[in-house]
Design a protein around this ligand. Structure first.
Ligand SMILES: [Zn+2]
Length: 197
């Protein structure tokens, strides 16, 4: 069991939650047929006995962007349901019609006011699974962006933005994976996989 799986397991045992997100569905979203009691062992999908429609339980795809300026990175203080008051790498969920780069620029614009004149996304640093809560498993593509110019202004899911030096201790971060990512980037300065558009 790796570190993230342990975090997930601890969440269940602490809160008495069970990892069966499909239990919340009572009716087929396609035909309205009433689902029978969800099998407690059924984690990944449930099929309607009337129209055969299958409801899947998948991780949520997301992007986060490590914006770098000189030896500093831009972190945001969260105000949402998960991790309120803790710090995070700005980003968010990918929408159905979006490629992940467009999603990254949109989320950064929403949360910091910075657009593609202010930052340039240059590479993929990593891809991580974050088991945030039993009902929220997020698969995040971690991107690196170079800061060009501008004045970051917090909005949407963030209350505050701050440039943190890569040479100083991090504030209290939302996810262990973010700490690992930033520490690895600070020590390796590896740019990962370069993006060409
Ligand atoms: Zn159905």
């Amino acid at each position: 069991m790796n570190e993230l799986q342990q975090v997930y397991k601890n969440l269940y045992s602490e809160k008495g939650n069970r990892p069966y997100p499909l239990e919340k569905y009572k009716f087929c979203p396609q035909c309205g047929n009433k689902f029978l009691q969800c099998d407690a062992n059924e984690i990944t999908s449930i099929q309607c006995s009337n129209c055969q429609h299958i409801v899947y339980s998948n991780p949520l795809p997301a992007v986060v962007v490590l914006i770098e300026y000189e030896d500093k990175i831009l972190l945001g203080k969260r105000n949402g349901y998960f991790g309120k008051g803790k710090w995070c790498i700005p980003g968010g969920a990918i929408e159905y019609h979006e490629d992940f780069i467009s999603a990254a620029y949109r989320e950064i614009k929403e949360e910091t006011g910075l657009d593609n004149n202010n930052i340039e996304i240059v590479s993929i640093l990593n891809v991580v699974s974050n088991f945030i809560a039993p009902q929220r498993h997020v698969l995040s593509v971690v991107l690196l962006a170079k800061f060009i110019s501008g004045n970051p202004t917090p909005a949407d899911d963030l209350d505050e933005l701050h440039w943190y030096s890569l040479n100083e201790p991090l504030p209290e971060m939302f996810l262990p994976a973010e700490v690992n990512l930033i520490e690895y980037y600070a020590s390796s300065k590896s740019n990962g996989i370069v993006i060409s558009r």
